[in-house]
Design a binder for this molecule. Structure first.
Ligand code: C2E
Ligand code: MG
Ligand code: MG
Ligand code: MG
Length: 299
């Protein structure tokens, strides 16, 4: 671990730097630079949220949206969440960052509703560190109050790794959220370790089939078997099931014929800026809403 190595080396004096390879030093420095920039990002408008639709393939209409954070650093350029989210988790920055994402997504969703668009729930990714924070439930409650968004328009995506430790306290917390009217999805389903008996006990609403199983679904028979199994298990447990990372018509056809009727993926749309999302999906899927009131859209 480069962190510990550098820490120890500082303690024991300058010469000991030579114990560490150039590469470790480089990784550590890179991380420090990234961490410093990430702390700054929170306060300097470098973060934004993009939205990807969840599509109902039977009616070809949008049934949800996933909020995904983006970071364009003034110094470092565009950085992927797969790079900075783990760092944010490790450093604790995920607490203010996650709260910002949650608040912004709820705020935007409420604005869209106030503008007269058909209300569509928003899903927000919650990392383990946030979920386990003692103030988590309260902070979600406050955000809903502050933004005035109805709790049933909020869905939280958690990963299976969350669900494995401290089962009883996890169930308690999930029950608190559910009692408020929030729905819960298990993200990246199939890649974690949750046992089926725990799954039965969790007050969750849906499973999201991990993208890695959807990929190559047409050529890979193991993936086909896994996806079929997840779909029928979700059906039997009375859970909704969503496939992520759907990129081709073939994948879509397979999912449809096996009873997975909600999908997300590049086939329908990549994640879009709030502005583009509004134009592409909200304006065109207005449904039964008659009048569009004046409102402010904040991106
Ligand atoms: P995730 O929650 O599983 O999100 C789905 C990821 O798959 C997103 O990547 C999305 O852009 C990408 N994706 C969607 N459709 C397709 C497709 O058809 N093909 C391919 N190849 N990819 C597709 P993104 O936005 O880079 O986010 C990566 C991960 O970072 C997310 O995975 C999530 O775990 C994490 N993340 C993103 N935003 C947040 C956030 O606000 N909070 C937290 N805690 N984690 C976040
Ligand atoms: Mg997700
Ligand atoms: Mg996720
Ligand atoms: Mg996922």
């Amino acid at each position: 671990n480069a962190d510990i190595a550098m820490y120890c080396s500082k303690e024991s004096g300058r010469n000991s730097y030579s114990f560490f390879t150039q590469e470790m030093n480089h990784d550590y420095q890179k991380k420090m630079v990234l961490e410093k920039a990430l702390r700054k990002a929170l306060h300097s408008n470098e973060l934004k949220i993009v939205y990807q639709p969840k599509m109902d393939i039977e009616t070809n209409s949008i049934t949800g949206m996933e909020a995904l954070v983006r970071w364009e650093s003034s110094e470092l350029g565009m950085i992927s969440p797969t790079e900075f989210i783990p760092l944010a988790e490790e450093t604790g920055i995920i607490l203010p960052l996650g709260e910002w994402v949650l608040k912004s997504a709820c705020f935007q969703n409420k604005i869209w509703q106030d503008m007269g668009y058909t209300p569509i729930p928003v899903s927000v990714n919650i990392s383990m560190r946030q979920f386990y924070d003692d103030n988590f439930v309260e902070s979600v409650m406050n955000i809903l109050k502050e933004t005035n968004l109805g709790a049933h328009y909020l869905d939280l995506e958690i990963t299976e790794s969350i669900s494995m430790t401290n089962i009883n306290s996890v169930i308690c917390r999930l029950n608190d959220l559910k009692a408020m009217g929030i729905s819960i999805s298990i993200d990246d389903f199939g890649t974690g370790y949750s046992s089926l008996s725990y799954l039965k006990k969790f007050p969750i609403n849906s499973l999201k089939i991990d993208r890695s199983f959807v990929k190559d679904i047409t050529s890979n028979s193991e993936n086909r078997a896994i996806v079929k199994t997840i779909i029928s298990m979700a059906n039997n447990l009375n859970l909704d099931v969503i496939a992520e990372g759907v990129e081709t018509e073939e994948e879509l056809l397979f999912l449809k014929s096996n009873g997975c009727l909600v999908v997300q993926g590049y086939l329908f749309s990549p994640p879009l800026s709030g502005e583009e999302f509004e134009r592409t999906f909200l304006e065109q899927h207005k449904g039964s809403v008659l009048s569009k009131r004046k409102g402010r859209t904040v991106f």
